[in-house]
Ligand binder design. Structure first.
Ligand SMILES: [Zn+2]
Ligand SMILES: [Zn+2]
Length: 249
């Protein structure tokens, strides 16, 4: 798992298995993504597909150029496809809750609750490992909970600390949007979901999509550790702008 970016400045994850890889979201430019992939030792030519979760700019900003430069098709559902300006690229239509395959990867798009056309999380199975990428959701839907409980590795949104958001600089309307059931998950709700689904002792949790204005890695980790009982050092996340992470499963 290569987490190249996670947050409102851009999202991009690459999952590699043997000599195959897929990318989930492309919120950064091609040149930035290219540099990060080089730094993480990702062979660009191994990537065979680009999966899009939803049409917000921090997830699709680089979709057109990246899919063209890499010569790979973009996978998303029709509502998402119709909601952003993607330019020329090859598209493969998916359906929420309908499993599809990309090489060795088996992918199940799951419904999230977010202010987008038909937003998805992705549950990806490869090499006997079960991976969940679930950000940009105000609450966890039932299929998301199920996938989180089965996951070996899960990126779970911990977008904001409630007090920081309320005391912070955002206008009231934006605060309400973020806090709504179709916004983002706060540290506490994220922690409760992680705790309620804790059946697999070996599950690795990666806290994702942290707000740079309304959260800090320390606060997110402390809150989730306190509520779930998971050791603080076992909760990974990106620490600063431009940070990346490679996790072996
Ligand atoms: Zn986002
Ligand atoms: Zn979003």
């Amino acid at each position: 798992m290569h987490v190249l970016a996670s947050g409102s400045d851009g999202n991009c994850t690459v999952i590699q298995y043997d000599d195959e890889a897929i990318m989930v979201d492309a919120g950064l430019s091609y040149s930035k993504t290219h540099k990060l992939m080089e730094a993480e030792g990702i062979d660009e030519s191994a990537i065979t597909a680009l999966l899009v979760t939803h049409e917000h700019a921090d997830h699709v900003g680089g979709v057109g150029p990246i899919s063209r430069k890499l010569g790979i098709p973009v996978y998303c559902n029709p509502a998402t496809f119709g909601s952003f300006n993607h330019g020329k690229a090859e598209y493969v239509m998916t359906q929420t809750l309908q499993r599809f395959g990309v090489g060795e990867f088996s992918v199940l798009p799951l419904p999230t609750m977010h202010d987008a056309a038909d937003p998805n999380a992705y549950n990806i199975t490869v090499g006997g490992k079960n991976i969940l990428i679930a950000t940009d959701t105000g609450v966890f839907t039932f299929p998301l909970r199920q996938a989180l409980s089965d996951a070996d590795f899960a990126i779970v949104e911990a977008n904001y600390d409630q007090k920081m958001l309320r005391d912070g600089p955002y206008p009231e309307s934006l605060k309400r949007r973020i806090e709504s059931d179709h916004g983002h998950m706060c540290n506490v709700i994220s922690a409760k979901e992680i705790k309620d689904t804790a059946v697999n002792e070996n599950r690795k949790i990666f806290l994702g999509h942290l707000s740079k204005h309304n959260n800090t890695p320390d606060i997110a980790r402390d809150t989730v550790a306190r509520i779930t009982g998971i050791k603080r050092y076992k909760l990974d996340c990106l620490e600063f702008m431009g940070d990346t992470r490679t996790v072996e499963l």
